[in-house]
Design a protein around this ligand. Structure first.
Ligand SMILES: Cc1cc2nc3c(=O)[nH]c(=O)nc-3n(C[C@H](O)[C@H](O)[C@H](O)COP(=O)(O)OP(=O)(O)OC[C@H]3O[C@@H](n4cnc5c(N)ncnc54)[C@H](O)[C@@H]3O)c2cc1C
Ligand SMILES: NC(=O)c1ccc[n+]([C@@H]2O[C@H](COP(=O)([O-])OP(=O)(O)OC[C@H]3O[C@@H](n4cnc5c(N)ncnc54)[C@H](O)[C@@H]3O)[C@@H](O)[C@H]2O)c1
Length: 478
């Protein structure tokens, strides 16, 4: 039976938009279904873009506070959160043009606004229309998860969905969850003048990261006046005298004006009637194989809705892989060997590949840990940013297994290592290219040089040989 579309994509966020634009440019007939009245998804409206824009405003405030260090008399009279959020929304509006309906329609994508559901394995119904496609891509993303905290709903709370629309800056803010959302926004609000308390379930913040790198961020946040309660879980929320009181498992009581919940994400699957389509859902989201096919091989899924690495760049990559498999032949496997990411706190924390612990489990003693501190990078010192370090984990032969950077511009600097890992270059390649002086990027060559230094320090035979060689040459007098 003939069908109307080559590909129907459900969800117009990072994964769906990449798939839609690439699919249409291949001349396939593509429809894109989006439940909100605009394209862009979480990243543009409630995630990466607003958070990084607010972080920028917060950094300006922080730098004004630091100005005296450089002999500049400056002070903050007031911080107008609505104006800071005005900057946030101007950035969103500017980027929205790139993700506009008109742009996608001009590429040949049929954009349909509405929330639909599968009727059977090949039919998706939206706005009373029955769409029939040869293949589908589900890219409906996720939403904030709500931990089981008694009284939280009744007391009211913020999440990344409504925090960028608040009218007033909370004088005091508790952040439940110390993952990337909690840390980025917690530090931003603290710098914008809120008294912030973070409730962290583990013994340090950012538990997905290399622990010693996460601790550098934690120390900086604490030095800025953020209170971090570690190994603590929010259990209950009470309302007293118009304030919210969080009762924790350790018996602490945190009294605040507002609560920001940043305690993980859940996939958007409920409204799609996936059972009718034969699509299985697991604990993390829609279950896919390496080619991003669901249990119904004509239906693909990509982005946050499949769990895994929940980043815009990964969603876009998965969208492209799924689109190619759906439209051409299902031969391409998603390759997660080299996936970088960064948390945009200050200092930034960036990572690619294994942590030291993961690498040790896999490679045992065939491991080198190379480290260089930013306080030995001249440019970092010049900029008053000599905090943090780079740590590369390699095999003894120089194969790079992972890299962790915490410090100024870490999210930019990590890309040199990403390139090396992607093209299977050994760590020596980072040492041997000439880096511009004085740049932050020198940290890459300086860290890579540690392999040579450590190897040489252990090789007493070579050291003795060289000593004798130079003794001999001096004895010749020429
Ligand atoms: C506060 C915050 C900060 C972040 N910062 C970063 C960052 O700095 N860098 C980074 O890489 N990642 C960041 N992320 C993660 C990033 O936003 C996500 O990984 C990314 O948006 C996932 O893209 P997606 O296409 O899977 O989902 P989304 O972008 O969420 O898109 C899903 C789309 O599907 C639509 N939809 C949902 N259900 C339906 C339905 N039933 N029918 C039709 N449409 C539907 C939604 O409305 C949405 O438009 C951040 C996330 C948050 C919350
Ligand atoms: N810069 C970036 O790339 C960036 C920024 C923000 C978010 N993201 C993406 O969004 C995803 C979700 O971020 P997130 O920070 O919400 O989730 P997360 O899952 O990384 O962290 C949430 C933390 O909250 C804790 N928690 C849960 N219930 C709690 C309770 N009752 N009390 C105290 N702590 C509790 C969890 O143990 C966990 O450590 C991330 O995994 C990341 O992929 C990326």
């Amino acid at each position: 039976m003939a069908v109307e579309y080559d590909l129907v994509i459900i969800g117009g966020g990072s994964a769906g938009l990449v798939a839609a634009s690439a699919g249409a440019q291949l001349n396939a007939k593509v429809a894109l279904v989006e439940k909100e009245p605009r394209l862009g998804g979480d990243c543009l409206h409630y995630g990466c873009v607003p958070s990084k824009s607010l972080i920028h405003a917060a950094r300006v405030a922080h730098e004004v506070r630091q100005a005296a260090t450089y002999g500049i008399d400056a002070s903050i009279h007031d911080i107008h959160i609505r104006k800071a959020l005005g900057h946030v929304h101007r950035v969103i509006d500017t980027i929205q043009v790139h993700d506009s309906t008109e742009r996608f329609e001009s590429l040949g994508v049929e954009v349909i606004y509405g929330e639909g559901q599968f009727r059977d394995r090949q039919t998706f119904e939206v706005n009373g229309r029955q769409l029939k496609a040869r293949t589908y891509l589900i890219a409906t993303g996720g939403r904030p998860g709500l931990p089981p905290i008694t009284g939280l709903k009744e007391a009211g709370y913020l999440t990344n969905v409504n925090v960028f629309s608040i009218e007033q800056r909370p004088q005091s803010l508790a952040v439940i969850g110390a993952g990337p959302i909690g840390c980025e926004l917690g530090q931003a609000f603290a710098r914008l003048g809120s008294q912030v308390t973070m409730i962290a379930s583990r013994d340090h913040i950012l538990p997905q990261e290399e622990p010693e790198a996460a601790r550098v961020v934690q120390a900086q946040m604490e030095s800025e006046g953020i209170q971090i309660l570690t190994e603590t879980r929010a259990k209950e929320v009470l309302v007293k005298n118009g304030q919210k009181v969080i009762v924790t498992n350790t018996g602490d009581r945190v009294t605040v004006d507002e609560i920001l919940v940043a305690a993980g994400r859940v996939p958007n699957v409920e409204s799609l009637n996936l059972q009718a389509a034969g699509v299985d859902v697991g604990k993390e989201g829609i279950v896919v194989n390496a080619k991003l096919q669901t249990s119904n091989p004509k239906i693909y899924a990509a982005g946050d809705v499949i769990g895994g690495y929940q980043f815009t760049h990964v969603a876009g990559y998965e969208g492209a892989v799924a689109m190619q498999n759906a439209l051409i032949l299902p031969t391409k496997k998603a390759d997660y060997r080299v996936i970088p990411w960064a948390t945009f706190t200050e200092p930034e924390l960036a990572r690619v590949g294994f942590t030291e612990e993961q690498a040790r489990k896999r490679y045992g003693d065939d491991l080198m840990v190379l480290r260089h501190d930013f306080d030995h990078v001249d440019r970092a010192l010049a900029e008053g940013a000599g905090i943090g370090f780079a740590k590369f984990i390699t095999r003894k032969n120089g194969e790079i297994l992972g890299a962790h950077m915490v410090g100024p511009a870490a999210g930019e600097l990590i890309h040199e290592v990403v390139l090396a890992m992607s093209y299977k270059l050994k760590v020596g390649a980072l040492k041997s290219i000439i880096h511009i002086y004085p740049t932050l990027a020198e940290i890459n060559s300086k860290t890579a040089l540690q392999l040579t230094k450590q190897t040489y320090a252990k090789n007493t035979r070579l050291q003795n040989l060289l000593r004798r060689f130079f003794d001999f040459r001096r004895s010749l007098g020429r």
